[in-house]
Design a protein around this ligand. Structure first.
Ligand SMILES: [Zn+2]
Ligand SMILES: [Zn+2]
Length: 134
């Protein structure tokens, strides 16, 4: 199975050679700001199962707890595609909206529910975390 996707213009692309380890929704305010939407759907992959192509610009946010959130977007179209610095991260999050075939996104969790706006509904059947899990 190959899971593939990329940005709006196609310059920044990825292919995954294995299914994601987990997938869900992040409702944190940073994902809201970064995406312009109510949440980001994400899928987590070990770095070794992903192949990227194309340039990206990395934007870094330092969280309250000191963690770094690094988001990669396409320099041409601005599309937000994945998290984590290539060549450094052991694991990347890939943003579900970038999938060529959106049916590959099978969310099971929701994180940062405490920051979810009222107008972004919480889908049923998910394990919900008010902040970051454990
Ligand atoms: Zn692009
Ligand atoms: Zn988030």
């Amino acid at each position: 199975m190959t899971i593939a996707g990329g940005c709006l213009c196609g310059a920044l692309r990825y292919e995954a050679s294995a299914p994601p380890q987990y997938a869900g929704y992040c409702f944190c305010k940073d994902c809201r700001k970064a995406s312009g939407g109510g949440f980001i759907g994400f899928m987590a992959f070990p770095a070794g199962t992903l192949a990227f192509s194309g340039e990206s610009i990395v934007h870094t946010m330092i969280q309250d707890d000191g963690r770094r959130s690094e988001r990669n977007f396409c320099p041409s179209c601005g599309g937000l595609v994945f998290g984590g610095v290539r060549g450094k991260a052991d694991q990347h999050t890939v943003y579900a909206g970038s999938l060529d075939d959106p049916s590959h996104f099978k969310p099971t969790i929701a994180i940062f529910n405490s920051q979810r706006p009222e107008w972004a509904p919480l889908p049923p059947g998910l394990k919900v975390f008010e902040k970051m899990p454990g």
